[in-house]
Write a protein that binds this ligand. Structure first.
Ligand SMILES: Nc1nc2c(ncn2[C@@H]2O[C@H](COP(=O)(O)OP(=O)(O)OP(=O)(O)O)[C@@H](O)[C@H]2O)c(=O)[nH]1
Ligand SMILES: [Mg+2]
Length: 461
């Protein structure tokens, strides 16, 4: 049997949040009012189609005292307790008063382990004791999870009480726990019962492998988006005597629109890799990621600073000949010292005149053809990459219990891509140049995928 865990506890303590995070399912209902979960519901965690474990989300205890009284009135010895719990559920299967209790006890009767969830931000109280006793009477392997909803800290109190009834007691914040905490918790599940150790070890190994694979695939999605957006152009035929200004504006707008759509497609793919299908709506509210590609602010924030554009050799021709290497050696010396004068003032790298190539192509049968694009601004690939990086970071680290809008603090004067190690920035710069230059070699694409994947694995943000 696949290891199965019933997540139980008082109403509104974060049971569904824990299920959402561990099952990677952002479709599970989570809410601030007690009684959000009305029915027990199974969630199978699968990777590559293979089921690894099952979590059963349950409604909270409602009438635990009545349950315990019923059990106790019939108890004769410890050897009969689990049988009595079974009998309770059988007898009350159609009794509406014990609907929630039956729903939460049934999975245990069917062989599930128990994850008892409490809120460590609120003080311990004797009303929980009966819940713990009923769970103890099931005789199933059980672990207590101290979730923290809010500011208070009563963890020690809780520990002392929980230690009496549970073989393992852990603090686990369903909303903020990172990958390593999730893995540590899973390993704990494996310790609950001898027969679960092996399948849980396999689940952990599969999850770790999946994490690398997701990053790799996300790197490829972002790299492909870069290659595509660096090659998009728009054309229109000009009739004799037509002024090019109007069509040029229209084509520029169309070009920008296609780039935006391409990026949206890449973001969707990255979210899909991490099973964050429902994120789309929230991303729209995230201030940073929602910023349009074609704004000067975003350009500054996500891309390279002017200084880096020069010292990385991204802006060829701005410095004569071998000057770039000399500059790299003396980067600190140059910072703030006349760089602006070398490459032009702020804003010189943004604006439609510099953004994309605009060409009137030769006479064709229908007339002259106006082409806008591809985008030639040297910062463009860096801006796109920076946006992809930030988006990936937020998606990859986001728990499935987290439903509020995502946001990221970035100082206004920060240039994200400046945070890259020089070596990586240099390699990326070389690849960008090749792609802008029309290089279609699959090896170039592969190299870009690998470099972007490397970037996604870094912690520079
Ligand atoms: N800050 C914070 N809030 C949490 C955490 N876990 C749950 N919450 C919030 O607590 C509330 C209840 O969470 P649920 O997961 O719906 O709780 P539940 O135990 O399933 O509730 P019922 O289904 O009503 O019994 C929601 O508003 C969650 O966003 C947490 O770890 N940190
Ligand atoms: Mg719930």
């Amino acid at each position: 049997m696949i290891p199965t865990f019933a997540v139980v506890g008082h109403p509104n303590k974060g049971k569904s949040s824990i299920v959402a995070t561990l099952a990677e399912d952002d479709g599970i209902a989570i809410g601030p009012t007690p009684g959000t979960t009305r029915e027990a519901q199974q969630y199978v965690f699968r990777l590559d189609g293979e089921p690894h474990y099952v979590l059963v989300d349950t409604p909270g205890f409602q009438r635990v005292k009545a349950v315990f009284d019923w059990l106790q009135a019939r108890a004769t010895g410890a050897h009969q307790r689990s049988g009595l719990v079974e009998e309770f559920v059988r007898v009350h299967a159609d009794d509406d008063r014990f609907r929630d209790e039956c729903a939460l006890l049934q999975p245990m009767i069917d062989g599930a382990g128990i994850l008892y969830v409490v809120d460590g931000a609120k003080p311990y109280g004797p009303e929980y004791e009966l819940e713990m006793q009923v769970l103890q009477w099931t005789g199933r392997p059980r672990m207590a999870l101290i979730n923290l909803i809010g500011e208070g800290d009563y963890v020690e109190q809780w520990r002392q009480a929980l230690d009496q009834y549970f073989s393992i007691v852990r603090v686990f914040d369903a909303v903020h726990a990172d990958f390593s905490k999730r893995i540590a918790l899973l390993r704990g599940f494996g310790e609950l019962d001898e027969s679960w150790r092996e399948p849980i070890d396999r689940a952990v190994a599969a999850l770790e492998k999946e994490r690398d694979r997701r990053r790799e695939r996300a790197g490829a999605e972002i790299a492909d988006c870069l290659v595509d957006t660096l090659n998009i152009s728009e054309r229109a035929t000009l009739r004799p005597g037509d002024d090019a200004a109007g069509p040029e504006m229209r084509l520029t707008a169309a070009l920008q629109d296609r780039i935006r759509k391409r990026e949206a497609r890449a973001r969707e793919a990255v979210q899909g890799l991490y099973r964050h299908h429902g994120l789309q709506h929230e991303v729209a509210t995230a201030q940073l990621l929602d910023a349009d590609i074609f704004t000067e602010e975003g350009w500054e924030l996500f891309g390279l600073s002017h200084t880096q554009l020069v010292i990385s050799g991204v802006v060829s021709g701005a410095v004569a000949g071998g000057g770039i290497d000399a500059l790299l050696g003396g980067a600190t010396f140059l910072l703030g010292a006349g760089i602006g004068a070398l490459i032009g003032g702020a804003g010189a790298w943004f604006g439609s005149d510099r953004l994309a190539k605009v060409e009137v192509l030769g006479q064709s049968l229908g007339g002259r053809v106006l082409r806008v694009g591809p985008v030639t601004s040297p910062n463009f690939p860096w801006v796109m990459l920076g946006r992809g990086w930030v988006h990936h970071r937020l998606v990859a680290e986001r728990n499935h219990a987290r439903r509020e809008a995502i946001s990221l603090e970035v100082a206004a004067d920060q240039h994200l891509m400046d945070a890259l190690p020089d070596d990586l920035r240099k390699r990326l710069g070389v690849l960008f140049k090749r792609i802008v230059g029309g290089d279609r070699d699959p090896a170039t694409r592969r190299a870009l995928c690998a470099r972007v994947g490397e970037l996604l694995g870094t912690d520079y943000l």
